[in-house]
Design a protein. Structure first.
Length: 200
């Protein structure tokens, strides 16, 4: 079974660059979020050895089909002066990712944003609780006043800045949030030879 977007030019468009150039978009601040292993939920895995998981390169390729469009939209938004923030969910908590190779798979950030990780079976660590609360605080900050975020350490994503801007990375490396260089996340979308890290 495949879940792909269907271009209808009403909700999903064939050419987003053209729409930006023609100014056919909402002129409001925006936030784009991705997960570090978007693709792990979409690629075929070995049915006779589920715990082994799929080849890592398959996960990377599938993940970049989600990450690079977010990067490309950010570039276009930067060119016309629209405020844009980016986040990457990179946590791997066993109660919401029961197979270790799933990691921060597509949709798993929603458990943290809505606090619904609490209904998943298994142990819930203090880091998981604090990460969910941190994500909620910053995302509510965006909703109420996006321009309040720099005071909380989360600056707009500006691709022209050294390191390619800043991305809020949640749940990685034992930390609630880190503000990492955009090129660390999006480099494979525009820097030849850069390797995407699905487990930062």
């Amino acid at each position: 079974m495949s879940y792909l977007l269907l271009v209808d030019n009403k909700y999903v468009f064939a050419n987003y660059t053209e729409r930006y150039l023609e100014k056919k978009f909402a002129k409001v601040p925006s936030i784009f979020g991705n997960t570090a292993r978007e693709g792990s939920a979409f690629v075929a895995y070995p049915i006779n050895n589920v715990s082994a998981g799929p080849p890592e390169q398959s996960i990377v390729s599938a993940t970049l089909t989600w990450d690079c469009p977010a990067y490309n939209s950010t570039v276009l938004r930067n060119q016309i002066g629209l405020s844009t923030w980016r986040y990457q969910w990179a946590g791997n908590f066993s109660n919401i990712a029961p197979l270790s190779w799933l990691g921060a798979y597509h949709f798993s950030d929603l458990y943290m944003i809505f606090g619904s990780y609490l209904i998943a079976p298994g142990e819930i660590s203090e880091l998981e609780i604090k990460t969910s609360e941190g994500m909620q605080d910053l995302l509510v900050g965006f909703i109420t006043d996006p321009h309040s975020l720099p005071a909380k350490g989360w600056v707009e994503y500006e691709v022209g800045e050294e390191g390619g801007g800043k991305v809020a990375r949640f749940g990685a490396d034992g930390q609630v949030v880190q503000f990492v260089d955009g090129d660390e996340v999006d480099g494979p979308c525009h820097i030849p030879g850069q390797v995407f890290d699905t487990t930062p």
